[in-house]
Design a protein around this ligand. Structure first.
Ligand SMILES: Cc1cc2nc3c(=O)[nH]c(=O)nc-3n(C[C@H](O)[C@H](O)[C@H](O)COP(=O)(O)OP(=O)(O)OC[C@H]3O[C@@H](n4cnc5c(N)ncnc54)[C@H](O)[C@@H]3O)c2cc1C
Length: 291
């Protein structure tokens, strides 16, 4: 596997201090997932902290442990930091018991971000499935802030059902706002009743109505690996080059310092070389993996 050297955003994890963040707002997104909005407690930390779309923090719940969580907020407002967390295990199951004013530890940001600059000049399509919307939301914010840098900006979101769709409690207003800001939203869910006004079916059903131009498009894809695999196949079938497709590989990770091997993907480490990879760097692994 040929892993392209990550850019300047890669930092040595052990050199990054833990900062204390205070939970300011909690938004329940789906039955098992909430977004925790927080500020860094110290002014010096707020001044020093910035992140790029697609990066993650190691988030420490005191007394329980540390987990990698993508940053889901606007990179232009780094003092207002959000993490969208699904309760799945030992550490993340403690998030629902956090209250406003509680403190957590934050180390980061880490990881190779979405290549916003490489995508500029052409069309940008963001394809998100389920919780995979969290790591791409900062890219959507960045594209909207720099709308003139792209021809079309298209967001495709799939979820299991309407109640599993992140960041979209008032969907009508949200899609209207996106359109007003020059973004084309396409939404679908696997299962819904007839009252659901958007698409029915898996996320790949959104590709035909979007009429992508394969010569001019860069794709950022994030979601469960099986969804990324099918989405990438659709893009390739439409003639897109593998070098214009990026995926985020969120493999289980512990140290964030390229040491423990938990997140190793062949010769690459998700913590240091990813989580964002160009598809041709990880194609073999994404195709081979037993799901
Ligand atoms: C770069 C990166 C970004 C991430 N961003 C987010 C995010 O924005 N929001 C979010 O909710 N989660 C995110 N995750 C996943 C999150 O880190 C894991 O869910 C968390 O570490 C689980 O820890 P735990 O102690 O709660 O569960 P554990 O008790 O350690 O594990 C519970 C179960 O989940 C499995 N598991 C643990 N980590 C992962 C993983 N990465 N992928 C699939 N299965 C896993 C375990 O094998 C086990 O079966 C991200 C992971 C990575 C590597």
């Amino acid at each position: 596997m040929n892993v392209v050297a990550p850019d300047l955003h890669r930092e040595r994890a052990e050199a990054v201090p833990m900062r204390i963040a205070v939970v300011r707002r909690i938004v329940q997104e789906t039955p098992d997932t909430a977004t925790y909005w927080m500020n860094l407690r110290r002014r010096a930390d707020r001044l020093a902290y910035s992140f790029a779309p697609g990066q993650f923090n190691m988030v420490y719940v005191f007394g329980a442990g540390e987990v990698p969580i993508s940053i889901s907020s606007d990179p232009a407002r780094p003092t207002c930091l959000a993490h969208t967390v699904r309760a799945t295990g030992r550490v993340t199951n403690l998030f629902p018991s956090l209250s406003l004013g509680d403190e957590i530890g934050v180390r980061g940001p880490f990881g190779r971000p979405w290549p916003m600059r490489e995508a500029a000049g052409g069309d940008l399509v963001i394809v998100a499935g389920g919780l995979g919307f969290a790591p791409v939301r900062p890219a959507l914010y960045a594209a909207m802030r720099n709308r003139a840098h792209y021809r079309r900006v298209i967001i495709m979101v799939g979820a299991r059902g309407p109640q599993h769709m992140l960041f979209a409690r008032r969907l009508g207003t949200w899609t209207h706002t996106l359109r007003a800001r020059g973004v084309e939203p396409h939404l679908t869910v696997d299962i819904a009743d007839d009252a659901w006004p958007y698409g029915h079916g898996v996320v790949t059903t959104l590709f035909d109505p979007a009429h992508l131009d394969p010569r001019m498009t860069t794709a950022f894809v994030c979601g469960p690996e099986i969804m990324m695999r099918f989405a990438v196949h659709e893009l390739l079938e439409r003639g897109m080059g593998t070098h214009r497709i990026y995926v985020s590989m969120e493999r289980n990770m512990q140290c964030a310092a390229r040491m423990c091997g938990h997140c190793q993907l062949g010769p690459a480490f998700v913590c240091a070389d990813g989580p964002v990879f160009r598809y041709d760097e990880v194609a073999e692994l994404l195709e081979e993996e037993e799901l």
